[in-house]
Design a protein around this ligand. Structure first.
Ligand SMILES: [Zn+2]
Length: 293
């Protein structure tokens, strides 16, 4: 669906199979930026590639025209189609240097950040990151359309947000924690600093967060960023109160599960290493307190 003059958003299905055999249905958005240069933001998972190609044909363009694939970050569910894209269109792959290694070797990513059977189930091969994105960079997509790059780490070290001034569209990848979803980030302070960066993007009138299936517009852009920050602070309080209540001798996994229950989330996710990383990140940080606006 077209969400702004040059941007199309596709909501793609993805299933995560855990080591236990449990299957978690998820979604992941990917985006097509339609300008003189045809660009795809993240390739989602392996099964998404033909859906993205069909969509591109439905708007009168050809998959072979894709010149750029820009990665908001390197996690499996954002790079899973890369191998197929590389065969079909030979695009240039852009990413921040801090996530380059996990994109270029999915086997390495599986070792340092395991997520069930994601690699085997949902990815299509390694590619070389041909171009590096840095904070302050601008990519020219032709016809007066440009993409501004903001380094917004926290969810991953190499997460970036992208802004198209012409459209007012801000892509924040997985950087903005979604209230009511399992909190997944590696660094709490960096996450909050990145939300400050997002608030500072002037002219952002459309917000595309890949942790949400909604498109946020107008005043809701700022409101949703504030809601994400309030959620991080709530998670922080819940972790500290839970640890105090169940005592220092409690097993770490028990703390993780109890926090999820307190947040109204499925306790089974307490065993997920990517969620446990979030809990450890809060414990390594001073208490956050309340959001002051
Ligand atoms: Zn991610």
């Amino acid at each position: 669906m077209r969400v702004s003059p040059h941007v199309h958003a596709l909501l793609l299905n993805c299933e995560i199979e855990l080591a236990s055999g449990a299957r978690i249905p998820r979604f992941v958005p990917a985006y097509v930026i339609e300008a003189e240069r045809l660009t795809v933001v993240d390739t989602a998972v392996r099964s998404s590639a033909p859906i993205i190609f069909d969509y591109i044909e439905s708007i009168g363009r050809k998959p072979e025209e894709i010149e750029y694939v820009i990665h908001t970050h390197g996690h499996f569910d954002h790079v899973g189609g890369n191998g197929i894209f590389a065969e079909r269109a030979t695009p240039r792959f852009w990413a921040h240097p801090n996530d380059k290694a996990i994109i270029e070797s999915l086997e390495y990513q599986e070792r340092v950040r395991p997520v069930g059977r994601m690699r085997e189930q949902n990815t299509s091969g390694d590619v070389t990151v041909t171009d590096l994105l840095h904070d302050g960079d601008t990519l020219d997509l032709g016809g007066g359309v440009r993409v501004d790059v903001f380094h917004t780490p926290g969810h991953s070290p190499g997460s970036v947000s992208l802004f198209i001034p012409w459209d007012g569209t801000l892509f924040c990848g997985d950087v903005l924690p979604e209230p009511g979803a399992i909190p997944i980030y590696e660094d709490v302070r960096q996450t909050l600093d990145s939300l400050t960066t997002l608030r500072g993007v002037s002219g952002a009138t459309v917000l595309l967060s890949q942790l949400s299936d909604q498109v946020w517009t107008g005043d809701d852009v700022r409101r949703h960023i504030d809601d994400g920050e309030a959620y991080v602070r709530r998670v922080d309080r819940t972790i500290r109160q839970t640890a105090d209540r169940i005592g220092k001798s409690a097993l770490f996994e028990e703390v993780c599960r109890t926090v999820l229950r307190e947040l109204g989330l499925p306790e089974a996710a307490g065993a997920l290493p990517i969620y446990q990383t979030t809990v450890m990140a809060h414990r390594a940080t001073e208490p956050l307190g309340e959001l002051s606006t």
